[in-house]
Ligand binder design. Structure first.
Ligand SMILES: [Zn+2]
Ligand SMILES: [Zn+2]
Length: 157
């Protein structure tokens, strides 16, 4: 399983990749650690976030948006160069080819399970049984986070 998370204690970005199960999660920069209650080698068996224990996880394509955007931008640039040299068929062909490649890339990308609360990303295994993004659930967590921040601000110390 691959795990990517921000340390809840020091906010450092951590990345783990193991073929066997995790028994505890720890932060490399501050030493924070948390035991894993249901160790599993595969993200598909997860029912809770390994980092914060939250039960709401959603499935996403493990496809960095920046790559997708760079790809689209490259296609558009090449296409406009072809257009500039009066090659409209080329221009259209390039755009279509890049759009198709983008779709293929997206389809072959593995899924990743994201925690609504802390944003930890767990990947590995077939995650198709898990639900996709739900706006209501996300909103619930956003409100909760805002309330926590408000509480932290108003309490002395
Ligand atoms: Zn830390
Ligand atoms: Zn979490």
């Amino acid at each position: 399983m691959k795990l990517q998370f921000r340390c809840p204690h020091c906010d450092a970005q951590n990345f783990r990749h193991r073929s066997e199960e995790f028994h505890r999660i720890n932060c490399e920069s501050c030493g924070w650690e948390r035991p894993v209650t249901q160790p599993s080698a595969d993200a598909s068996q997860l029912s809770e976030c390994l980092v914060c224990g939250n039960h709401d996880l959603w499935r996403q394509k493990d496809f960095p948006q920046s790559i997708g955007l760079t790809f689209v931008a490259a296609g558009a640039t090449l296409s406009s160069i072809a257009w500039y040299y009066h090659r409209p068929v080329w221009a259209l062909g390039i755009l279509l080819a890049f759009a198709a490649a983008d779709l293929v890339l997206f389809a072959i990308m593995p899924d990743v399970l994201v925690c609504y609360r802390c944003g930890a990303r767990h990947s590995g295994g077939d995650l198709s049984e898990h639900p996709t993004f739900d706006h209501e659930t996300a909103e619930k967590y956003r409100q909760q986070k805002l309330r926590l921040e408000e509480a932290a601000k108003s309490s002395p110390g």
